[in-house]
Design a protein around this ligand. Structure first.
Ligand code: NAD
Ligand code: MG
Length: 296
């Protein structure tokens, strides 16, 4: 048996072929096969976010859930937003956060509503008794091979979830943050190299990357850092609940140099870094994680 501490990144996690597994939107991580790895058993904290207070949208599953677990293990109290249909996934996150002895606040609701976005931030601020980390992971992605199939309603849904909500949430968060606070937005490699089947989504992800860079310049005067993450293909509920065709799900991750999708736990350390004082000189940056594609 080898005693090497090295782990080959190509073979660390599952790769295609995957089973076709359509779920109704917004999908549940708990129904995926294989279940995504959000670090439930593996993420080890070291007090990097001790005493911090974080609001995470989309915190029930995928990248948001991996972030919630990591933040709790790093010593932060955590509030998450998700949709009411995702209560089962959110409850699992609640159990994991409380197991770390951290406060957990569940704030379900639809981010396409401006009034709800304002209330969400207010409730998180009151319940956590402060707010110094804001992570936006909520997102809408629906596959359409032909732009002519994208209705105005579908386009509006994507814009509302990915851009308007971020605008409304950010405006509510800024006045509540003190110097030393951090915001982390979730963009995508599609911001730079759009896939043909998700053009409306890709517009929003380019907008989010641009917003992070611009807002970072504005908020540096308040001592608030703003950065973004640009993931490649990650194995999450978004992909199996309309985000990709089942053909694409079956071969998911095959086209990147590592020939496998990322697992949410593999991005948690980046969300931790950007929230923590370790990244005190980083603002307006975009961190990629995409199995070797690289960002331009
Ligand atoms: P996910 O489905 O686990 O998370 C997305 C979350 O968005 C859902 O859990 C849901 O709670 C939330 N959401 C969607 N519409 C909402 C609404 N109207 N109101 C409130 N919440 C809503 O999938 P994920 O892949 O972890 O997605 C997280 C983020 O990562 C998204 O912004 C996505 O665009 C981005 N991203 C994902 C990938 C990938 O390959 N999975 C790649 C690049 C970027
Ligand atoms: Mg979810």
């Amino acid at each position: 048996m080898s005693s090497s501490p090295l782990k080959d990144p190509r073979t660390l996690y599952p790769h295609a072929p995957f089973k076709a597994q359509p779920q109704p939107w917004p999908g549940l991580a708990s129904k995926m096969d294989p279940r995504p790895d959000h670090g439930e058993k593996s993420y080890v904290g070291s007090g990097k976010l001790k005493g911090r207070k974080a609001l995470i949208t989309g915190g029930d599953s995928g990248l948001g859930r991996a972030t919630a677990i990591a933040y709790a293990r790093e010593g932060a109290d955590v509030a998450i937003n998700y949709l009411p249909q995702e209560e089962a996934d959110a409850a699992e996150v609640g159990d994991l956060v409380r197991k770390e002895g951290r406060k957990f606040v569940a704030l379900p609701g639809d981010l396409r509503d401006e009034a709800f976005c304002k209330q969400l931030v207010e409730k998180a601020f009151v319940e956590l008794d402060g707010l110094d980390i804001f992570v936006n992971c909520a997102g809408r992605q629906q596959t359409h091979d032909d732009l002519l199939e994208v209705t105005t309603e579908a386009f509006d849904w994507t814009m509302k979830t990915n851009l308007y909500a971020l605008f409304w949430l950010t405006k509510a968060v800024i006045p509540r943050m003190q110097p030393g606070s951090a915001m982390i937005f979730t963009s995508s490699t599609n911001a730079y190299d759009p896939s043909t089947n998700i053009l409306d989504y890709s517009i929003t992800k380019a907008g989010i990357a641009n917003f992070a860079k611009g807002l970072a310049k504005q908020l540096v005067s308040k001592g608030i850092r703003v950065n973004a993450i640009a993931p490649g293909p990650f194995w999450t509920a978004l992909q199996v609940s309309g985000g990709q065709t089942m053909d694409n799900v079956e071969k998911f991750g095959e086209t990147v140099p590592m020939k496998r999708p990322g697992q949410p736990v593999e991005l948690a350390p980046a969300y931790v870094l950007l929230a923590s004082d370790d990244a005190s000189y980083m603002t307006g940056q975009i961190i990629g994680a995409n199995g070797g594609v690289g960002l331009p």
